[in-house]
Design a protein around this ligand. Structure first.
Ligand SMILES: [Zn+2]
Length: 347
């Protein structure tokens, strides 16, 4: 059966067999991905869009399609996920949250609620009390009237909402704002403030703090290394040097593998130049201007495979082994989720 957003080919098959199949555990857990139905987006309202990556790679992906994608990409593996809606500015967050909850209740997967910073406490509480919802995924695009530019963490995740998350011991996957990402001093100070004031929140910094290029990791990681309570997902990070720095600075016990699908159904590789990453892809996207000769593009595998191989290769290159792969690809997330689910009984 085919998937709407990618076609699996022989290059993928070979890549999987050579680079992933020998080491990928039987049970894996994707700690950050998006699920949504088309009707969760309001077509009458144009979403905030940048016209750059990842525009055009994929539209909304249902839970059913997500599971089909895993089946095609990871034969013989059992994949569960921590998923949430896609935080477009025109998203009906409540409907998307209800969908995630309905799909995951009674399964091995769990969800986060999209949350708007202007939601009253009782709205946030109602969303958190939905079955299988363990926390929130705020996002700068959900700030009313957001037009780009630098926002504070507390603009997208206000203190009165953090107080509720802290009281419940809920999960927060945080996509860092600001152009300088983890290299931004304000972001680092705000993360420290968040940890000090809301220590019961399970804080997961998405995309290793958006450190897709090396300097953000070099400058940002040391400040977060000393606090073992700060966790990370490594979704969208294809850079092996950044993966290595994260494993070395934080330790494999603080990192969770994640896909950020559906945007990584893209096919190709990344190159890094200074603070930029360049997506080398064969996809017919409006922003795809770095084209390579057809014989080169024909060798591109799924970008998600490149990300996973970067993670696995780095684990071995640093002298770690299968235990750390198991931790990163499954048990770190599972353990933390079990803790939150136990608390959720009292929510
Ligand atoms: Zn994401």
């Amino acid at each position: 059966m085919n998937h709407l957003y990618f076609e699996y080919n022989d290059v993928d098959r070979r890549f999987f067999e050579e680079r992933l199949e020998p080491w990928l555990p039987e049970y894996i857990f994707d700690a950050h991905r998006h699920v949504q139905l088309p009707e969760h987006l309001d077509d009458a309202e144009a979403p905030f869009a940048r016209g750059a990556f990842p525009d055009g790679i994929a539209g909304p992906e249902s839970v059913e399609m997500a599971r089909l994608g895993y089946e095609i990409m990871f034969p013989g593996r059992n994949v569960e996920m921590l998923a949430f809606g896609s935080p477009q500015s025109n998203c009906d967050c409540v409907a998307n949250n209800a969908y995630v909850s309905d799909e995951f209740a009674g399964t091995g997967s769990v969800g986060l609620a999209l949350v708007r910073p202007d939601w009253e406490p009782q709205v946030l509480l109602r969303e958190l009390r939905r079955p299988a919802i363990i926390g929130v995924k705020p996002y700068e695009r959900l700030i009313p009237g957001f037009e780009g530019g630098d926002a504070s963490i507390f603009d997208l995740m206000p203190h009165f909402q953090l107080e509720i998350l802290d009281e419940l011991g809920a999960w927060l996957t945080l996509h860092l704002p600001r152009k300088e990402r983890l290299a931004d001093r304000e972001n680092v100070l705000e993360i420290a403030e968040l940890r000090a004031r809301y220590p019961r929140v399970v804080l997961v910094i998405a995309h290793l703090g958006r450190t897709y290029a090396g300097r953000y990791a070099r400058e940002g990681f040391p400040a977060l290394a000393e606090d073992p309570g700060i966790l990370f997902d490594n979704s969208a990070v294809l850079n092996p040097a950044v993966q290595a720095l994260s494993l070395d600075r934080f330790g494999p016990e603080r990192i969770m593998w994640a896909s950020d699908h559906p945007i990584f159904y893209m096919r190709g590789r990344r190159r890094w130049e200074g603070d930029r990453y360049i997506n080398l892809t064969s996809g017919d996207y409006a922003w795809n201007t770095d084209r390579q000769p057809p014989q080169v593009e024909a060798t591109y595998a799924l970008s998600l495979y490149e990300q996973m191989a970067a993670c696995i290769d780095t684990i071995f290159a640093l002298g770690y082994g299968e235990a750390e792969i198991e931790a990163v690809f499954r048990t770190n997330a599972r353990t933390k989720i079990a803790e939150v689910l136990a608390r959720k009984e009292a929510w």
